[in-house]
Design a protein around this ligand. Sequence first.
Ligand code: NDP
Length: 283
Amino acid sequence: MTAQLIDGAGLAREKLIQLKHVVTSLQARGIQPGLATVQVGDDPASRIYVRNKVKACTEAGVHSTHHDLPASSSEADVLKLLNQLNRDPQVHGIIVQLPVPKHLDARRLSQAIAVAKDVDGFNWQNLGALVEGAPGILPCTPRAAMVMLDHAKIPVEGRHAVVVGRSNIVGKPVALLLIGRGATVTVCNSRTTDLGAVTRQADILVVATGKAGLIRRNMVKPGAAVIDVGINRLTSGKIAGDVVFDEVKEVAGWITPVPGGVGPMTVAMLVENTVNAAARIPA
Ligand code: NDP
């Protein structure tokens, strides 16, 4: 059996074209959606991620401003910038690219972003709304995973979903979204004993560990939908997910590739969160 590919890159392109139409209608109402990206320090992977976000904004007609702060910046320096951006009416979305240097408290920085501009969805108020199933800004990667499942018309209600990884930015929120849609959800972590015995039960398997090659063919139920969130740089320089794609595609029903899967959809979701945040501003 060969799995159907869920083409995140293609879906992201379509999403950005749709968003461009929305942006055009907002511009006609005098609203120019704007995203501010903040990077502290010079992490090369972060630089690539920020560049991709800026590029996607440009494609959708969203204005973006990038703020580069030196690695030596104090928490007060970053908070000062975030406060300025919170007050800036041209800015509808703000993100602090993670990771930040160790002397900074990423949690405190995320909480300093105004709830209405928290387009990464990491603020506790937005996360609380997610727990409640109330309106709020949803985190981008978990949303990307759900949009990809929906696009492939994969039923969620009543299915057994297994999420491997329990981080605050991917594992936990994706589990909450799946619970909200009526899946029976199991969440695994690094202490899970016999991971394969759990993952083999999954109708939907979402993997977000940052461990290249973790999920092998014998760990996947035939016909399952496999969403690979992981992004790993191999010693060869290649980018790979957490799932051994060539093996698992032979047994899964659907699979997302890496690169070209959840990554580009995550960026498209960030642009959509920004456009939605701008649309909420009365003209
Ligand atoms: P974290 O390091 O914060 O979390 C990793 C999680 O995986 C932890 O909960 C950890 O368990 C679990 N884990 C690690 N090893 C195993 C194992 N052998 N078996 C089961 N569980 C394990 O990572 P993130 O959630 O931030 O990111 C995960 C991956 O997704 C990374 O590769 C990251 O680059 C990628 N990513 C991709 C995005 C995209 O746009 N596609 C966006 C965000 C992240 P424990 O808690 O016990 O340590």
